[in-house]
Design a binder for this molecule. Structure first.
Ligand code: SDX
Length: 422
């Protein structure tokens, strides 16, 4: 592996290079500024590695996604979200005994502090559930002052994973004025969440095997994705030694944006707009190609995947199965499929390597399950929680770790004096 050699102003600078376990190559510029007084410039960090990580591997050209080495296709088909969460956080699949203890811990920690339930009552009914989730995850550090103690880290990991689904479901209940039910310790993670969403004290909600399986698949597919915007935010906030809850709350806020996790809600709103406009998907494909239109094909494109997002492939197949099994037909699915078909044949999208991403089909399935559209990104956040936690823990143990503080190139006014007569 040759080191990189940079020539700058007649000087040579050797930049040590290294290779990851999957053959990815990087050269280390951490000493560049001290040696040359120059820095690198990479808006959006598309060419910049912020860390070495052993959690998730993505090959954007080959459409590969693996959690701790296990292919996403196998985990989505054979595992459960609780097991995948354990894998991401601790690095290996649990034994049967450890998995059962983990499941029981997450079920026990599903209950939120009663004062948090009171907090929920003070949000406006129109509050977006992502704003509620960000606020309440941050508030967890006020209910659990031990959240900064290293010896209580594992306890706080279980609290956060256990309670996030309850906070989400209760924020939904609050928004529709329905009373909540308490979590049940005998249910798995996904089933517990769906029951919290749809049961009331007056009427039980039985989670069918189909919905339980689909919810597990959806949560597994969203569980981690290496250094995406929200995960990098969690690592950045945690690098100042902020506690786990405050760091994850920042991740929730980053995920909310339309270009990131908020895209799943934006996809449905886009499909509904096309449907209201007579289903003319060709018109909207043309608009997406016109920069002046201000319209983008939401759910399309990805910074890393340049052929296909393996999660979108799984979700496209699942959407047909789920709608059939639930006996649901959704005209938006036909519009989505037509959009995909026409875009994949269009040079504009082909040249820019724009393909459906994880958000393109997930909303169709959430709709079929009866999940309200403003909860879609919250479900993304619940799924991503183990990934955020795993990266926050890895960041704390990183031997190269230091507080994140990028540099800049100043382009403002040079020195000038404050006018005497003011
Ligand atoms: C997620 O990073 C992750 O891993 C994220 C995620 C995860 O699991 O954490 O995978 C989850 O966030 C998926 C992405 C969800 N967002 C969307 O679906 C929103 C629509 N997509 C885009 O806005 C865009 O594709 C991004 C944000 C996903 C990627 O943006 P990039 O890498 O900065 O690409 P870009 O904006 O520079 O676009 C490159 C070109 C541009 O055209 P040119 O200037 O070269 O002519 O492609 C065009 C863009 O205009 N383009 C699109 C487009 N996406 C990019 N044109 C039309 N429709 C689109 N969706």
């Amino acid at each position: 592996m040759d080191d990189a050699n940079l020539q700058l102003n007649g000087q040579d600078y050797r930049l040590p290079s290294f290779e990851g376990t999957e053959g990815e190559v990087a050269f280390d510029v951490s000493k560049l500024r001290a040696a040359s007084n120059a820095i690198t410039y990479d808006p959006g960090y598309g060419n910049t590695g912020s860390c070495k990580s052993a959690i998730t591997f993505i090959d954007g050209e080959k459409g590969i996604l693996r959690y701790r080495g296990y292919p996403i296709e196998q985990l989505a088909k054979h595992s459960t979200f609780s097991e995948v969460a354990y894998l991401l956080v601790y690095g290996d699949l649990p034994t049967a005994e450890k998995l059962e203890q983990w499941r029981q811990d997450l079920a026990m920690h599903s209950f939120i502090h009663e004062k948090m339930t009171r907090l929920l009552e003070h949000f406006p009914l129109s509050a977006h559930p992502m704003g509620v989730l960000s606020a309440l995850t941050a508030s967890m550090s006020t209910f659990y002052p031990d959240s900064t103690d290293a010896e209580h880290l594992d306890l706080n990991v279980r609290r956060l994973l256990g309670q996030v689904k309850t906070i989400a479901a209760y924020s939904y209940k609050q928004s529709i004025g329905e009373p909540v039910v308490y979590p049940r310790r005998d249910l798995g993670y996904a089933a517990n969440f769906l029951r919290l969403m749809f049961a009331t004290p007056a009427e039980e909600y039985h989670v069918s095997e189909v919905l339980d399986r689909v919810m597990n698949t959806l949560l597994i597919l969203h569980a981690d994705h290496e250094q995406n915007c929200s995960t990098s935010t969690v690592r950045m906030v945690g690098s100042s030694e902020a506690n786990l809850y405050a760091s994850v709350s920042a991740g929730v806020s980053a995920l909310w944006g339309r270009l990131h996790g908020g895209a799943n809600q934006a996809v449905i709103e886009m499909l509904e707009r096309i449907q209201a406009d007579g289903g003319d998907y060709k018109k909207y494909t043309e608009m997406a190609k016109d920069k002046n239109s201000g319209f983008r094909l939401m759910g399309f494109g990805h910074r890393v995947y340049k052929n296909f997002d393996p999660r979108a492939t799984i979700l496209k197949e699942a959407s047909d199965e789920v709608l059939a099994e639930l006996g649901v037909t959704d005209p938006l699915l036909d519009i989505a499929k037509n959009l995909e078909e026409i875009a994949l044949k269009d040079d504009f999208f082909i040249e820019r390597k724009l393909y459906p991403n994880v958000d393109f089909y997930s909303g169709i399935i959430y709709r079929a399950m009866g999940i309200p559209v403003n909860m879609f990104t919250v479900l993304f956040a619940i799924g991503r929680m183990p990934g955020w936690i795993a990266h926050w823990l890895e960041m704390r143990e990183d031997p190269d770790g230091r507080i994140h503080r990028p540099r800049q190139i100043y382009i403002g006014p040079t020195e000038r004096s404050y006018p005497k007569a003011r």
